[in-house]
Design a protein around this ligand. Sequence first.
Ligand code: FPP
Length: 237
Amino acid sequence: MNSNLIIPTHIGIIMDGNGRWAQERGMIRTMGHKNALKTLKALCIHMADVGVKYASLYAFSTENFKREKTEVDYLMGLFIESFKKEFKFLMEKDVRVVFSGRREPLPKNVLEAMDELVDDTKDNKSLVLNICLNYGSHAEIVDMTKNICELYKEGKIKLEDINEEFIQKNMYQDLPPLDYVIRTSGELRLSNFMMYQASYAEFYFPKVYFPDFTEEKFDKAIIEFNKRNRRFGGVKK
Ligand code: FPP
């Protein structure tokens, strides 16, 4: 990649289109998720190599529990397999993993695999990979509000302590705002993904299903980001 390009500090990726990718090939939907994992591994290596500091991945939304039990079970199995085996490469790349989302009602074996991965990678210093699993923006805001009310009730904070910095620190993870949100598959929606954090993000909607979102396609997304004129509510330069 051209070294003059600005690399967004925090990139969010909505990994959409796995089901359609499989169905268009006459395969069952879950094969799309299996192939998405290969794409995801290559992409994580690439993002670490090009110097992305934070990447948030939408792996499973709070609403995804409404899917067929067979698909939900397959995804839970894929998460366990990934976190226990497939993600060993993260250590070599010095990637730290954190999770955003509600623990309830995730199965115990998924939670154990998540906790183990967080612990194994906690001292890594390159890319921070924020995996949004059983995640929803609405749930995050509800959970944050409850936590803040508890702190207030216990006399640990005063009303004056609540400002934007405090809100960021009390989200599931204390991460900088999103600079760039990429949603594959051509759908033009945020679908309850990091709404607060995406307030000034640039958006990119490539017409490619996630399993086909290669490193080259990611590089094209970065070139597109470099054409944007970010003003954050200010005037055009
Ligand atoms: C959305 O596509 C994708 C998901 C709900 C699952 C994402 C999971 C992975 C990328 C697998 C590996 C992830 C990790 C973190 C190990 P869709 O199924 O909604 O596709 P469709 O819109 O074509 O139906």
